[in-house]
Design a protein around this ligand. Structure first.
Ligand code: GSH
Length: 178
């Protein structure tokens, strides 16, 4: 902050005036840095929040070296009931289409794993090939590709998404959609 060094004119409380202002300025700087760090970390949160931070770091950009991207995706969609390949994270979507699907899933009250394709060009390309679908977001339920944003929105509006989850035995939090 561009505040003069040394003692400045008294601001009500005598010599403490400028140093008081400097303290406030430093507090603002600290707050700005904390906010910046928080937003940065948002890129690597997944739907389980901070607890998933380390796990997400491992699985999204850094799959095992001996694993192909197809194997990685296959493993993710088969070992998690609901997986959303998206831009950004459930807490911080970075595309309106991904954000819409996040809102729908949250409204329906289903837990899901969000995988951020912006963290990995290999994942971004790999999921398109794996699904034979050209865009992000992509939703998988019990290992099966369901669709992108338009399809999910239409299914939700028709009650078909909720039905699909029920048919596949995926637990939803009924209170969330009540
Ligand atoms: N109509 C699509 C909208 C999604 C879309 O157009 N996504 C674009 C922009 S976010 C995309 O993935 N483009 C390819 C890419 O960014 O890799 C849907 O229903 O999901």
């Amino acid at each position: 902050m561009l505040l003069p060094a040394g003692d400045g004119p008294a601001l009500g409380t005598g010599r403490g005036g400028w140093s008081g202002l400097r303290a406030v300025a430093h507090a603002c700087q600290l707050l700005a840095i904390l906010l910046w760090m928080h937003n940065g970390l948002g890129y690597i949160y997944d739907s389980v929040g901070l607890n998933g931070l380390m796990a997400t770091r491992k699985v999204v950009p850094q799959k095992d070296a001996d694993m192909s991207i197809e194997q990685f995706i296959d493993n993710e969609v088969k070992s998690n009931d609901v997986v959303l390949f998206m831009k950004g994270t459930p807490q911080f979507p970075q595309c309106g289409f991904s954000g819409q699907v996040v809102q729908i899933l949250d409204h329906v009250g289903v837990g899901y794993k969000g995988l951020n394709v912006l963290e990995s060009a290999e994942l971004r390309d790999g999921i398109k090939t794996y699904s034979n679908w050209p865009t992000i977001p992509q939703l998988y339920v019990k290992g099966e590709f369901v669709g992108g944003c338009d399809i999910i929105r239409e299914m939700f509006q028709a009650g078909e998404l909720q039905q699909l989850l029920a048919d596949k035995g995926v637990t939803v939090n009924a209170a969330a959609s009540a």
